[in-house]
Design a protein around this ligand. Structure first.
Ligand code: SF4
Length: 627
């Protein structure tokens, strides 16, 4: 029996510089920071001081499961990985699904903190409480898929779960990510490059230890009720989403100003191209079966197979809205086999699809505007829609070959090197390439722009602005009647604060965000999380207490960024979002600068931060116990 319920109880620390392995109790941190992202960020804040280069051995790479991971809670599968951000210099944080996190917990650890740098390539083998640093010389240079296979063969166990980097991480490409189960990615913030800088090729885990819950009957009843409610609501209200996962997002975005056409030059894509790559085409011609992560009641991804043509034999899973939009409208590619191929290559090389497509789109626009010629691009014609060039650039980036060496630096740094006004085409915030369209939905835009990890919708951006919720529902769930009106600015700062705090809690529990009211207001909210936490751990809590912890994590990350010199000046969208959308049903919509600035002021005020700098005050940090 464990002394503590729901947790494995231990944090593993591995120093790759001297081979030292140690542990400490998770409960040392759990009271204030719960688990997952919360504990990861507290360790990062305390142990990685200002100015430390992301590739310095003093940087930490921290894997965190979560309070509910490995239990029967819906989608309790996520692993949060935190470090210094390779693109922004601030907080780096990414989250992957699959089966790795539950296995790590069954192997005896809630978190793994990697210190230092190995002199030669190694991988970490965690086997039911035994830990070994093993030689990875023969695996270095392999793709993530080959790495999985080779480690399982070497250890003679095909049920081992592996999180690894591909060639991109080894080559310190700033878009490098960490991959598990073939295509589940801790994608953003360049964490694969941090792992590569430590000469750590992979972490392999295997375990069969028990994770107990404090009140099993109550927990089981609660989980059963939540699962059946979610399945019922999803089938009643959004049956197409149940069938298609996230593949409908691209088509829907075409009506709401949500696409990112030709490097965000428009938000509306040619309907003929949409038809060629739409969800029905994928389901009819490429999807073999649905795939899900550990414990998922509503799987969102598919195993895809390209059976014919020049990309015949391309197959893999994990294809979701981001790859669909990144390699479709953003690069004007209306050919599904090429889009699927781009997704698979990124998984194999260990590249984040958002940043990789972002820097490629920057290069294409530089070519369109005459800044690049074929002489700058190793002879490639970077014409929109030229998918052969896209695929070749993905390879060149992973290996830092030719022009790929420039692109491997990310679009912000690359545009500084190139000059000649090319920075206008780098669609980034704080150096992090933007995936999202942020012209129309105001809380969505604000959440992306103030995101602590650069820019992204997985901090404070809600999805409810385009979900048709009523003013009564907006008031009831969030205290914001305009929550379902994407054009309104009123109340949106409050909505972002709510979702930032909520996401902080979700990332500590580490259930999938799709299981929560972020995806559907009738799914799991703070009240349900409090009940799950109480039944699992035996420690009484309330929704308000959990949301306070979410607020603490948000402030901690913001304080980390402030220490690195980031602040209000960096919470600014690229200029093209202040220009109107050129075509389609959302034509003319845009962010209005003055209204946006007022919304930003309101956001800082609600946070209790200094409105001038956009940073937490000492009084606020003291109130939250993190001064
Ligand atoms: S919804 Fe998708 S990402 Fe989330 S747990 Fe299920 S399969 Fe994984």
């Amino acid at each position: 029996m464990h002394e503590v319920h729901a947790y494995a109880g231990k944090i593993l620390r591995v120093n790759l510089s001297n081979g030292r392995i140690s542990t400490e109790p998770t409960m040392k941190y759990a009271g204030k920071f719960l688990g997952g992202r919360g504990i990861n960020q507290w360790i990062l804040y305390n142990e990685v001081g200002p100015g430390i280069w992301p590739f310095d051995p003093a940087n930490r790479l921290i894997f965190g499961t979560g309070v509910l991971v490995g239990t029967l809670a819906p989608g309790a599968c996520r692993c949060t990985i935190d470090s210094k951000n390779v693109l922004t210099g601030g907080v780096g944080s990414s989250n992957m699904g699959g089966h790795f996190a539950p296995e790590l917990k069954y192997a005896g650890y809630d978190h793994v903190v990697i210190h230092g740098r190995s002199r030669k390539p190694v991988y970490l083998w965690i086997d039911n409480g035994k830990v070994e640093i093993r030689d990875a010389s023969d695996i270095w240079g392999k793709t993530t898929w080959e790495t999985d296979d080779l480690i399982r063969e070497e250890l003679e166990d095909h049920d081992i779960q592996v999180a690894s980097i591909g060639q991109a991480g080894e080559n310190l490409v700033r878009a490098a990510c960490i991959i598990t189960n073939g295509e589940r990615a801790a994608g953003r913030c360049g964490l694969g490059a941090v792992m590569g800088s430590k000469n750590l090729k992979a972490v392999a885990v295997r375990g069969d230890r028990e994770i107990t819950v404090a009140h099993p009957d109550e927990f089981f009843e609660l989980v059963s009720e939540l699962r059946s409610n979610m399945i019922r609501v999803a089938n009643e209200k959004t049956p197409d989403d149940v069938r298609c996962g996230t593949l409908l997002i691209l088509e829907r975005n075409n009506n709401t100003g949500g696409n990112t056409v030709r490097n965000f030059q428009d938000a509306y894509w040619d309907p003929e191209k949409v038809k060629k790559v739409c969800a029905e085409e994928i389901l009819k011609n490429y999807a073999l079966r649905k795939m899900g992560c550990f414990g998922c009641p509503l799987p969102c991804s598919f195993y895809l197979n390209v059976a014919q043509g020049e990309f015949a034999g391309t197959r893999g899973e994990g294809f979701k809205a981001d790859s669909h939009k990144d390699f479709g409208p953003k690069l004007d590619v209306g050919y599904l086999p090429a889009i699927i191929k781009a997704h698979v290559l990124c998984s194999q090389y260990g590249l984040d699809v958002d940043s990789t497509s972002g820097v490629i789109a920057w290069a294409f626009e530089c070519y369109e505007k005459g800044i690049f010629t074929k002489e700058d691009t190793d002879g490639l014609e970077l014409e929109w829609g030229n998918y052969h060039a896209v695929l070749e650039l993905i390879r060149k980036i992973a290996f830092r070959e030719g022009v790929g060496d420039l692109l491997a630096e990310g679009s912000k740094r690359a545009s500084k090197i190139v000059g000649r006004g090319s920075d206008r085409f780098s669609i980034n915030i704080k150096g992090h390439e933007l995936y999202e369209s942020i012209w129309t939905a105001k809380a969505w835009a604000l959440g992306c722009i103030v995101s602590t990890r650069g820019c992204d919708h997985l901090r404070g951006s809600p999805t409810c602005e385009n979900a048709g919720i009523t003013p009564e529902e907006g008031e009831r769930f969030f205290g914001v009647p305009t929550a379902g009106d994407r054009r309104a600015y009123e109340g949106k700062a409050k909505l972002v604060v709510y979702f930032e705090n909520f996401k902080g809690v979700v990332d500590c529990m580490n259930i999938c965000y799709y299981m929560t009211q972020w995806k559907n207001i009738y799914f799991i909210g703070p009240e349900e999380l409090a009940k799950l936490y109480t039944a699992a751990t035996g420690r009484e809590t309330t929704a308000a207490e959990l949301m306070k912890i979410g607020e603490r994590i948000q402030n901690l990350e913001r304080a980390f960024n402030a220490r690195e010199g980031l602040g209000r000046k960096d919470d600014m969208p690229p200029a093209r979002f202040f220009e109107p959308i050129k075509s389609g049903p959302a034509k003319g919509e845009r962010l209005e600068r003055e209204k946006f600035e007022r919304m930003l002021d309101e956001y800082y005020e609600l946070r209790g931060w200094d409105v001038r700098t956009g940073n937490p005050t000492q009084a606020k940090l003291r109130e939250l116990g993190i001064d």
